[in-house]
Design a protein around this ligand. Structure first.
Ligand code: FDA
Length: 307
């Protein structure tokens, strides 16, 4: 029941100030966020790639309020592209971007987000890697998929994210099953109204399986973004049933979550990609992780209580 409250708090400026200033917050944040600076995040990336894991890097930032912030976020990603190019890591380290960090919610935001993300996608391609567009709340889906379609005309390797809790997603999956289409399927992390999204977890899970079946049967490259052992097992079974080789799909999990399971999947020969967030604007991301799982919240509350 606390989940919706935490998701509402994730968008509250006053609660952001209180949580961010609490001295105990930092060590808990460190469990989910790979540092505030690029060099710290690259250190985490190297430790993951040394263990055979692939990475998608997220420079944290979302829900910005002016155009200069959008430009700062774009520049942070361009710096990241430069660093990845000099490391020569290739597609094993890609990037995830939230279009709200590029101005999508500002006036004229659709065009602005496209203009800001385009140089990042170009630089990623020049660095031998690619970008996946994260999916945010349901009001952004049309715009994000339209930007994706535009980007894919020149950069077909650009990835999409779809959320099984939205009623529309099965149709979106069908539209995204073309050859080479990289699609990360997740359950969805935002507070959505009953008009557009399943509210019951079991319904969300059932929809996840239906979407996974569509993606696995298609010509694209499914990316199974879940920590749920049932979804992982079903993903493995569907891949086997459709005769997919281990480089024709991948698993994805978040930094700091189920690390033993990440290692196990890798050891079994699967491609396993870890989503690594970094940067100073960690609040919204952090609150969504607390909302997702009572154990994460309990960990935070124990730290607050000094135990
Ligand atoms: P869920 O939270 O439903 O839990 C199901 C079961 O999984 C649990 O009962 C438990 O067994 C296991 N489990 C889950 N978390 C665990 C933990 N910490 N430790 C041990 N067991 C655990 N969302 C979004 O809206 N837009 C996006 O772009 C993205 N991007 C994204 C990328 C990647 C790589 C991932 C993994 C996730 C996202 N998400 C996302 C978040 C996603 O929508 C969702 O909120 C979380 O992944 C939680 O859902 P799960 O499927 O992981 O399991």
């Amino acid at each position: 029941m606390l989940g919706p409250v935490l998701l509402a708090a994730a968008r509250s400026e006053s609660i952001r100030r209180i949580v961010s200033a609490a001295p105990v917050t930092r060590p808990v944040v460190d469990r989910f966020v790979a540092g505030e600076r690029l060099d710290q995040s690259l250190h985490s990336v190297r430790s993951l790639t040394d263990r055979g894991l692939d990475v998608t890097l997220d420079h944290l930032g979302e829900d910005i309020t002016d155009r200069s912030e959008a430009l700062r976020n774009r520049d942070a990603y361009l710096d990241l592209c430069t660093a990845l190019a000099s490391d020569g890591v290739g597609p094993r380290v890609e990037m995830s971007v939230k279009l709200s960090a590029f101005g999508q919610a500002l006036p004229g935001g659709h065009d602005l987000a496209y203009r800001n993300v385009l140089p990042v996608v170009e630089s990623a391609a020049a660095a031998g890697t690619t970008v996946t567009l994260d999916m945010e709340d349901h009001t952004t889906v049309e715009s994000t998929l339209a930007i994706l379609a535009e980007l894919r005309k020149r950069f077909p390797q650009t990835g999409a994210v779809v959320q099984s809790y939205l009623f529309r997603t099965e149709d979106d999956c069908r539209a995204l099953t073309g050859e080479g289409s990289r699609v990360r399927l997740v359950k969805g992390a935002y507070k959505e109204p009953a008009e557009v999204a399943y509210q019951d977890k079991r319904e969300v899970d059932r929809a996840y399986v239906r979407c996974l079946k569509i993606l696995m049967a298609g010509q694209g490259y499914p990316m199974i973004g879940s920590h749920d052992p049932r979804m992982v097992a079903i993903g493995q079974e569907l891949a086997r049933r459709h005769g997919r080789k281990q480089d024709e799909y991948e698993f994805q999990m978040l930094y700091g979550i189920r690390e033993a399971e990440q290692a196990r999947l890798k050891a079994e020969g699967h491609r396993m990609r870890v989503y690594v967030p970094y940067g100073t604007d960690w609040y919204g991301y952090f609150m969504r992780r607390l909302a997702e799982r009572p154990a994460n919240l309990a960990f935070f509350l124990r730290a607050l209580a000094g135990r």
